[in-house]
Design a protein around this ligand. Structure first.
Ligand code: DX5
Ligand code: ZN
Length: 228
């Protein structure tokens, strides 16, 4: 099963409630919520208050991607604001295992985000605490960047590890990819092993006035299906 998670980073922030309702109506599986702190990444976005504000507008899960340092203080706040899954960058936490546990203790699914240059072995000793792994296919901080091709071999490697883990444990860990995913490359990304795809500018770049979000979502799914 392939999940598509439009990133609201590219949405119209002045009409956010309407925008998230529109992507749910267009068939989105998750709302991808990018949190930037102008410290871990050179940009500043939205926090728990905005998460709480959009929560009543959608019934699909909210996938919070924390690009912040430190991480832990924000976890209870996002859980309270209605987040369903929370991912963070391991370099931004002093105690990765503890942070993962903290997310789950607050009733959310937990995941690690690996930057393009972050080695895959960060997941090795915390597999039992992971519900998802998010591979960045751009450097975090901005929407609308180009997909970094070196993500594909890394994706295949992580896919293999997660499949091995599933054989042993019976537990499925989602594999999400974030950055530069478009209609014309989604097939390749899915073929390399992703099951959850973030798409920001690809979705919100299409004006919704004439059902544009639905058209893009369908094109993304059709592209993903071509992966075979
Ligand atoms: C980048 C964010 C992404 C971004 C993706 O730091 O984590 O979620 O919004 O945007 P696109 O799909 O435009 O690359
Ligand atoms: Zn993101």
């Amino acid at each position: 099963m392939i999940r598509i998670a439009p990133s609201i980073l590219s949405a119209d922030f002045a009409r956010l409630g309407e925008e998230v309702r529109a992507i749910e109506a267009a068939g989105a599986d998750l709302v991808h919520f990018d949190v930037m702190d102008n410290h871990y990444v050179p940009n500043l976005t939205i926090g728990p208050l905005v998460c709480e504000a959009i929560r009543p507008h959608v019934s699909i899960p909210i996938d919070v991607h924390l690009m912040v340092e430190p991480v832990d203080d924000l976890i209870p706040m996002f859980a309270k604001a209605g987040a369903n899954m929370i991912t963070f960058h391991p370099e931004a936490s002093r105690h990765v295992d503890r942070t993962l546990q903290l997310i789950r203790d607050h009733g959310c699914k937990a995941g690690l985000v690996l930057n393009p240059a972050t080695p895959a072995h960060w997941i090795d000793h915390v597999m039992d605490r992971l519900d998802m792994v998010l591979l960045m296919s751009v450097n975090p901080g901005f929407g609308g960047q180009r997909f970094i091709d070196a993500t594909l071999p890394k994706l295949r490697e992580v896919r293999q590890r997660l499949d091995q883990y599933k054989t042993i444990s019976g537990r499925e860990i989602w594999l999400e990819v974030d950055g530069g995913v478009k209609v014309d490359n989604i097939g390749e990304v899915v073929a390399a092993g992703a099951d959850t795809l973030v798409a920001g500018s690809a979705v919100f770049g299409a004006p919704d006035s004439d059902g544009g979000y639905r058209t893009v979502m369908q094109a993304l799914r059709a592209g993903a299906a071509k992966a075979g």
